[in-house]
Design a protein around this ligand. Structure first.
Ligand code: FAQ
Length: 313
């Protein structure tokens, strides 16, 4: 019989040698806990993330745009489901995870607490929000926990398409009328800073980064990923002929990176703590959908039991 210290040593050696941890493997309680926290928050983000864009499905400017947006929002639902399943492999019940979202105990990404005011917001979400999500998620495809890493591979493929569709919406608007150009710039102005916040607090303020890096759940730090994102967006915005709302944004030849201004951390923590522009509305919408879907869950459970009884005779 191994002691906990010996088991932890073998566990860390597996991680150091890039051996994936699978559901039935031994793992420290804290590893399980941090994965449940991160994966369930990630799942909630995908599900709550359907709401700001869902707001535009009935108002998409053409049938083609409507079909694309419907498919995208449906993809996000699928991502949420893979992630809830990944969390379940760690021994958490789906109901418990969802209850934690509805009670306000579990977090979800701050970004989804901002409103979508115009059609250009759908472009800005695809370009900036999906762009930020992909950068973060590419490293998660190599996360040490097998079910999470495998879910992320498929999610990343779909997110790449999402980002391109968002950029294309903005590209069309940026070549359009004066009003369309203004709408495009306005959406970028409103979504840029919140998308930088998606990467989380500065490394020096990040409570989980040290341990999650040692466990290879995280492979790049919050600040390193944010820098990568700024470098990418600062180049791509030139193709749109638009500007980034940051007077401190400039190329630093020595660092070979763009320097950029300070995030409004007060705003970030306000939104994370439930006081953003749409927090209440988002949670209400999720709770309503859960209650209204109760009959579907009950009917599916009833049918599964009936089928089971029939098979067993
Ligand atoms: N919002 O110690 P750290 C998407 C919390 S998916 C809210 O640095 P960690 C797809 C953090 O939870 C977007 N809370 O934490 C889509 C912790 O609090 P806790 C979501 C935040 O975990 C696109 C505390 O602050 N992606 O967009 C945020 O090491 C378009 C201290 O932070 C993921 O979830 C935030 N932005 O690093 C859908 C990816 N940042 O839990 C629809 C997976 C930090 O102790 C449309 N998650 N906090 O109470 C991760 O990679 C990590 O969890 C980080 C945070 C990087 C988000």
């Amino acid at each position: 019989m191994l002691t906990v210290q010996e088991a932890e040593k073998i566990f860390q050696q597996k991680i150091d040698h890039e051996v994936k941890i699978e559901p039935k493997d031994w793992m420290p309680d804290a590893y399980r806990k941090t994965l449940v926290r991160q994966i369930s928050q990630h799942a909630h983000s995908e599900i709550v993330g359907m709401l700001p864009e869902g707001n535009w499905i009935t108002r998409a400017p053409t049938l083609k745009r409507k079909a694309i947006l419907l498919a995208k929002v449906q993809d996000e639902a699928g991502h949420g489901l893979y992630l809830y399943c990944a969390a379940e492999t760690l021994g958490t019940a789906r109901e418990e995870t969802i209850n934690d979202l509805h009670s306000g105990k579990a977090k979800y990404s701050s970004i989804f607490n901002y409103p979508t005011l115009t059609w250009a917001d759908i472009g800005a979400i695809g370009w900036l929000v999906d762009g930020a999500a992909i950068l973060n998620q590419v490293m998660l495809c190599r996360a040490s926990y097998g079910p999470y890493a495998r879910a992320m591979v498929r999610i990343c493929k779909e997110e790449s398409f999402h980002q391109r569709q968002g950029f294309e919406i903005l590209l069309i608007l940026s070549n359009g009328t004066k009003e369309q150009k203004e709408m495009c710039q306005d959406a970028i102005n409103r979504w840029y800073w919140p998308s930088l916040m998606m990467f989380g607090p500065h490394d020096s303020e990040s409570t989980h980064s040290g341990q999650s890096t040692q466990w290879k759940i995280k492979r790049l730090s919050n600040d390193d990923l944010r820098q990568k994102f700024v470098d990418m967006i600062a180049e791509q915005v030139q193709v749109l002929g638009m500007t980034i709302p940051d007077k401190d944004l400039r190329w630093n030849e020595e660092r070979k990176h763009f320097d950029f201004g300070e995030i409004n951390w007060e705003e970030f923590w306000n939104v994370v703590n439930g006081n953003g522009p749409c927090n209440k509305e988002r949670l209400e919408a999720r709770k309503k959908a859960w209650e209204e879907g109760a009959w579907v869950r009950e009917a599916a459970t009833e049918y599964a039991e009936k089928r089971e009884r029939r098979i067993r005779g």
